[in-house]
Design a protein around this ligand. Structure first.
Ligand code: HEC
Ligand code: HEC
Ligand code: HEC
Ligand code: HEC
Length: 165
């Protein structure tokens, strides 16, 4: 308990939760290979590449196609664009503590978050349907299944805490 409190103190003092500090998608891949592979196939992972060279230096386009490029040097719509900067949560001992995780920067992606980019000014012909679009970016089903296989007791505990999982 004391160790945890100390770590939290150090992390908060060093600014976690305020300035999001990104570690980049390759760092997440080390522990989330399946999520990474699914994301890599998605348009989000190529959002900058679909711009012309000239558009790739246009801040107006980058604000949705690579929003963290200028300040975090992470391109495209990446893990941390949706989940929050991982510097303070991307370690296995923090990852296992759902409360601490969220205190030090993990964000639960929401429909509102999607809509910051999928709004009326994006070139889609159809209005954004959260439920439908969510299915198209599924990178969690395989992750959760393999986790359940690896540690059935852990998953049961998490489900008891949060029945939505
Ligand atoms: C050192 C290994 C490791 C790294 C690096 C890592 N994770 Fe995790 N992550 C885990 C583990 C293990 C779990 C499962 C925790 C559990 O269920 O006990 C997890 C869980 C998660 C969850 C679900 C958390 C919850 O409580 O709902 C998300 C989201 C997540 N990771 C995103 C990321 C992102 C994004 C990155 C990169 C910035 C990342 N992780 C880097 C090991 C890691
Ligand atoms: C408000 C956020 C936003 C801004 C700003 C934005 N885009 Fe997009 N863009 C999107 C979204 C969201 C999509 C995906 C739409 C869909 O298919 O539902 C998209 C899709 C595209 C596509 C189609 C890619 C493909 O795979 O077919 C191109 C090309 C594109 N945008 C170019 C641009 C250019 C050029 C600019 C700057 C002038 C720009 N965008 C600015 C959000 C934005
Ligand atoms: C466009 C936003 C977005 C991007 C980009 C994204 N994610 Fe996710 N992620 C989500 C959403 C939404 C969920 C679903 C949460 C839910 O409903 O369970 C999710 C779920 C997850 C989960 C499962 C969490 C759980 O509850 O067990 C993990 C792990 C994860 N993402 C890791 C990653 C990694 C690693 C990357 C990059 C390789 C990434 N995500 C990229 C939005 C995103
Ligand atoms: C930072 C901006 C941003 C956020 C946040 C974001 N997206 Fe996107 N999304 C884009 C851009 C840009 C594209 C187009 C990529 C391309 O093809 O160049 C896109 C494309 C997509 C596509 C593929 C095109 C389509 O409509 O079929 C899906 C699906 C999608 N997004 C779902 C989501 C969901 C669900 C969320 C929230 C969990 C989300 N996005 C959050 C910027 C964003």
């Amino acid at each position: 308990m004391q160790f945890r409190a100390l770590c939290l103190g150090v992390m908060l003092a060093s600014g976690a939760g305020r300035a999001a500090d990104f570690v980049g998608p390759e760092s997440c891949k080390a522990c989330h290979a399946q999520a990474y592979d699914a994301w890599k196939q998605s348009k989000h992972a190529r959002a900058k590449d679909s711009l012309s060279p000239q558009q790739q230096s246009d801040a107006r386009c980058l604000s949705c196609h690579a929003p963290n490029l200028a300040d975090q040097n992470v391109s495209n719509v990446s893990c941390e664009t949706c989940h929050g900067g991982g510097q303070f949560y991307a370690s296995s001992y923090v990852m296992k503590d759902p409360e601490l995780l969220r205190l030090v920067g993990l964000v639960d992606p929401s429909e509102k978050g999607c809509r910051t980019c999928h709004d009326a000014s994006s070139p889609s012909l159809q209005p954004f349907s959260f439920v439908e679009k969510l299915k198209l970016i599924d990178h969690w089903t395989a992750e959760k299944a393999s986790r359940a296989e690896a540690a059935p007791a852990d998953v049961a505990k998490r489900q008891a805490r949060d029945p939505n999982r």
